[in-house]
Design a binder for this molecule. Structure first.
Ligand SMILES: C[S@@+](CC[C@H](N)C(=O)[O-])C[C@H]1O[C@@H](n2cnc3c(N)ncnc32)[C@H](O)[C@@H]1O
Length: 261
């Protein structure tokens, strides 16, 4: 998936919906940013977390967002234009251009699942945290998607094709051990179900419909008409009161130990 201007604009709208607001509340609670802290948001996207974390760290703190997509960074810096304690970096998650041990906390929400070299990214986040610094990593296990359809075979085909939109469709299964291997301690995880019974975009499932339709059309033998019919069925299920979507998203926490590497 290419995080270009078109997708950045679609995600900017999606991130204002109810389930995404809930996700940010959960991730920010897990991070527990305090006044005066310096926080790094790796893969900051359109900058919603940066804007909200700035409220938590206050005037004495600083929040830096890093992202590889110029379109995302443009939205993020516009969102935080009037905030002196916000900073943005055009950077790949695997090679963060920031000094060692400069941050109290780091956040990486639904980014690692797109990054081929997870180990290098975790090592970089470990490096930039001060001893005792906290990390929150949030990813989705896309194999947990449970999605009602009157055509289960077509749904299966669409979801398998959608798996190709990212590098690691089930990254949470290995994240605890990857975090420990990267040197993090106190590794914990919480699973959060995102369930909706309406096809409207306020729920995560409903908001995925146009993204998936666009991505799968023309791939793996799925025509634009097939993709449209799949999306139309979901809207019809919504209209008939039969829509059901659920997936589990995982919030991992860890810390850079005070002693050791
Ligand atoms: C699904 S969006 C999540 C954005 C943000 N973390 C949020 O939850 O609001 C994924 C973001 O990761 C960024 N990204 C993907 N691969 C990256 C990489 N290798 N280095 C830096 N950013 C990357 C994309 O540009 C995009 O902004």
């Amino acid at each position: 998936m290419v995080f270009d201007e078109g997708l950045a604009g679609r995600l900017d709208a999606m991130y204002q919906t109810r389930d995404m607001v809930r996700r940010r509340r959960l991730a920010r609670a897990a991070l527990g940013a305090a006044p005066g802290e310096h926080v790094l948001d790796v893969g900051c996207g359109p900058g919603f977390y940066v804007a909200e974390l700035l409220e938590e760290v206050g005037a004495g703190g600083r929040v830096v967002g890093a992202d590889a997509s110029p379109a995302m960074l443009a939205l993020a810096s516009r969102r935080c234009a009037d905030r002196a304690s916000a900073g943005f970096l055009a950077a790949d998650a695997t090679s963060l251009p920031v000094a060692d041990a400069g941050f109290d906390a780091a956040l990486c929400v639904q980014v690692l699942e797109y990054v081929p070299d997870v180990a290098a990214t975790l090592a970089g986040m470990h490096r930039v945290l001060r001893p005792g610094g906290r990390l929150v990593v949030w990813d989705i296990d896309w194999s947990t998607v449970s999605w009602q359809s009157r055509d289960p075979a077509r749904m299966e085909r669409v979801l398998r094709t959608w798996d190709a939109h990212l590098t690691h469709p089930s990254l949470p299964r290995t994240l605890s051990s990857r975090l420990r291997s990267a040197g993090f301690t106190d590794v914990g995880v919480a699973g959060h179900a995102f369930v909706s019974t309406g096809a409207d975009p306020e729920g995560f499932g409903g908001s995925l419909i146009p993204l998936i339709e666009r991505f799968v059309a023309g791939r793996d033998g799925i025509s634009a008409d097939d993709a449209r019919a799949w999306a139309q069925e979901q809207r019809q299920l919504g209209a008939d009161g039969e829509f059901f979507f659920c997936c589990v998203q995982f919030c991992f926490t860890g810390a850079r130990p005070f002693h050791g590497h």
